[in-house]
Structure formats: structure tokens, C-alpha cells
Design a protein around this ligand. Structure first.
Ligand code: MLT
Ligand code: MN
Ligand code: ZN
Length: 298
């Protein structure tokens, strides 16, 4: 299985358009690499490609990845569809860029499909450009993707997007995916949105060869200290921090044999700076932070 990290920043990207924090300022000065919004492409055969989320940056992300170039037919693309982990704006708006693409399949959990029908009504909009196949990613038994990949979805949190009014607080809003290449046995766990360390998640990681995980915030008080965000003091908007006794880095220490990579980095996150003590701590723990465009073979 080939995995391309098309984008590795949280919503807003890095730098964020309206942010002048120290990290964004250094990125503007060219001192830190910019990152586009979080999105991944996977393929079992190098010909059929599936996107994991569809970021608003999808156009430039696809153009930057030669494997995803259109052809050989005039309107042919190797992109077969999209697996959504959630209904967040930064994971779904890219679908509108792909409007009119024929024969695409979107896999998503029921509350995500409902939100994209009612609250952010992309589904009806998109189907008027070209009818897409909208599948329930949580159907029992998992599903297969063209190119030799098998997928299971795992509910990891009930974090609903801010734009949904009165969301069901118990609904399976956020999924992780386990994607396995039947030919190589390589398996990726993709979980860019973790509110907590979910029950059973250690077992899921133990069944994988690589994990691409929520690294949105390094520390629990980051929004309060890096920028005076209106969300400061909130429980990190549903993202488990990397550091601290209950953070993901401590949990990942239980999986030393697993390739572990952080993604969905917020513009306030010191992991964006390779010379930071945060990055040194991640490196020390064997957990990677990779640039946009990185490729992984599993
Ligand atoms: C998130 O990951 O928490 C959301 O994408 C936040 C946002 O709307 O940008
Ligand atoms: Mn996000
Ligand atoms: Zn910033």
C-alpha cells in the first residue's frame, strides 16, 4: 500500500491566514515549512487511489502528487473516492472542488452523511453535478476498495462539527479507519481526530503496521498560551493533546514496534518547529512528524 500525506495541518493550515502567532510569523518568513490542511491518499496498486478526507486544499494537493495526475483518458482520474473520518469543514470542503467528477464513492458514518445532507448540504449540491455513491462506512463487516484494500471503520468520538446545531451527543460522529493491503498485509490506522484515547484503541493499533494520528495540539493549554483564542479554556475542541500524563505520546509508548506519525497539526503546535523541545520529545519517543508530500509504503 502506498500512502501519501497530501496535507498535515489542522483546519486553517500553516500558516493560518489570520494568525500572527510566533510560529505563523516564522512560517511567513520562510523559516518553517508551510503545511496544507490534513488529507491523505492511499492505494493498494498504484492505479486506484482513495482520499482520506477531502481538504479545502485538495486542488493544489492533487496537483503536487504525480501519482494522482489525471489520464490516460481525457477526463480520467485515478481518484476513486473519499473516506471521511468526520464532517468537519476542513475535511469535507474539498468535495466541492471535486464536483462533477464521475463515478466517485464517498464512505462516511451515518451522522456525517446526515450533516452533509442537512447542516452543510454538500451532498445534494454535489449529486446535481454528478451522482456519487454515498456509502455507510460503519456497515458491519467493513468494505473493500478498488486496488486491493480492505477497510474497517471504528468510532472514536462523538465530537460534532461546530456548525451542527443541537447535535446528538452520543452519535458516532468521528471514525478512525483501519486500511489493510491484502497483498502485503500492511495496515494503516488513520485517526486524525481523537478526543480521548478510545476504549479498544490499543488493540486496533496492535493490529497495524503504521498509525497516522491526531497531533493537533501539543499541550492542553496551547490555545490559551499561543493565541488568545475564543476557544481557550475549552477542552481543546475535542482533540487529545500530545504531551502530558494523559496525552497521546504517553499512550503511544505502549506501541514501540508500530510506525507512529502525527498529523493535523494546529498552527499553534510547537511540533511545527523541528528545533523545538516538543519535536525532540516526539523524536525521543520514536514518533514522527513528516512534511506534506511524504510517502509511506506498507
Ligand atoms: C477540528 O478539527 O476540530 C475542526 O476541524 C475545527 C475547525 O472547524 O477548523
Ligand atoms: Mn480539523
Ligand atoms: Zn498561528
Amino acid at each position: 500500500m502506498k500512502v501519501i500525506l497530501l496535507g498535515t495541518a489542522a483546519g486553517g493550515g500553516f500558516p493560518q491566514w489570520n494568525c500572527a502567532c510566533a510560529l505563523c510569523a516564522r512560517c511567513h518568513r520562510g523559516e518553517l515549512p508551510a503545511r496544507s490542511q490534513e488529507c491523505v491518499a492511499v492505494s493498494g496498486n498504484g492505479r486506484d487511489w482513495w482520499l482520506l478526507n477531502a481538504s479545502p486544499d485538495i486542488r493544489t494537493q492533487l496537483l503536487a502528487a504525480p501519482a494522482l495526475a489525471p489520464g490516460p483518458g481525457l477526463r480520467e482520474t485515478p481518484v476513486r473516492g473519499v473516506l471521511l473520518t468526520d464532517a468537519e469543514v476542513d475535511h469535507t470542503l474539498g468535495l466541492t472542488i471535486m464536483r462533477g467528477g464521475t463515478g466517485l464513492t464517498v464512505h462516511a458514518a451515518p451522522p456525517v452523511r446526515a450533516a452533509l445532507t442537512a447542516d452543510l448540504p454538500l451532498r445534494g449540491l454535489l449529486d446535481r453535478y454528478a451522482p456519487w455513491d454515498w456509502q455507510d462506512s460503519t456497515a458491519p463487516g467493513g468494505f473493500e476498495l478498488a486496488g486491493g484494500l480492505t477497510v474497517t471503520a471504528h468510532t472514536v468520538s462523538a465530537k460534532a462539527p461546530k456548525y451542527v446545531g443541537g447535535p446528538d451527543p452520543d452519535a458516532p460522529w468521528v471514525s478512525a479507519y483501519r486500511i489493510e493491503d491484502a497483498a502485503t498485509g500492511g495496515a494503516l490506522v488513520y485517526a486524525p481526530c481523537l478526543a480521548t484515547w478510545p476504549d479498544g484503541f490499543d488493540d486496533l493499533l496492535a493490529s497495524a503496521s503504521c498509525a497516522l494520528l491526531d497531533g493537533t495540539f501539543f499541550s492542553a493549554d496551547e490555545l490559551g498560551t499561543a493565541v488568545r483564542s475564543p476557544d481557550a479554556g475549552q477542552p481543546l475542541m475535542g482533540h487529545l493533546p500530545v504531551a502530558g500524563p494523559g496525552g497521546s505520546l504517553a499512550a503511544l509508548a505502549r506501541h514501540p514496534g508500530l510506525r507512529r506519525i502525527y498529523t493535523h497539526l494546529n498552527n499553534t503546535n510547537p511540533l511545527l518547529d523541528p528545533s523545538s523541545s516538543a519535536c525532540a520529545a516526539a523524536r525521543q519517543a520514536g514518533v514522527e512528524v513528516l512534511p506534506d508530500g511524504s510517502e509511506i509504503i506498507l
